[in-house]
Design a protein around this ligand. Sequence first.
Ligand code: GNR
Ligand code: NI
Length: 186
Amino acid sequence: MALLPIITLPDPRLRQVSKPVEKVDAEIQTLLDDMLQTMYEAPGIGLAAIQVGEPKRIVVVDIGKTEEERNPLFLINPEIVWASEELSSYNEGCLSVPDYFDDVKRPAMVRVRHLDRKGETVEFEAVGLLATVVQHEMEHLDGGLFIDNLSRLKRERVVKKFAKAARMDEIVAQRRAERQSEEAGA
Ligand code: GNR
Ligand code: NI
């Protein structure tokens, strides 16, 4: 098993549309295990493959709060086959948008069809936090982020903050490189 680096805003890969998995083979099962370990370690309660740079329609979810309560779900090529009209609101966060939280309204209950880790088609119904997380993850598969559901003002504020932080990191890295080449030359 391996821990995978989680990509964050403004990485443009987060906007890619992920491709369906054609065959659930050993390579996919390894990715599922690595994603699960990465999610637990983060820690998070869901993770989409694109968050570790893999544009595949794969999601892992576990909303268990303790190790005893763990119950990992592996969703391959998930589809929402039914969603309730009733909505519910959760304060969401995202490992790819670190340290930002806001309320998002989504269908309170969904029925999901997907392939499991053996490649078999299964369906389940989700309510509460599980329904929210599954929908949050499925948004990632189409290049979406939970901040896309906020007002334009809020979303642009968040995007700008991450773009600026990335520029600052770039300047710091460049200065360090200049200093090191000066020291090497002196
Ligand atoms: O760890 C996570 N917590 C969370 C809380 C409320 C709503 C959605 C989530 S998903 C998030 C992990 C993540 O970024 N998955 O894509
Ligand atoms: Ni997320």
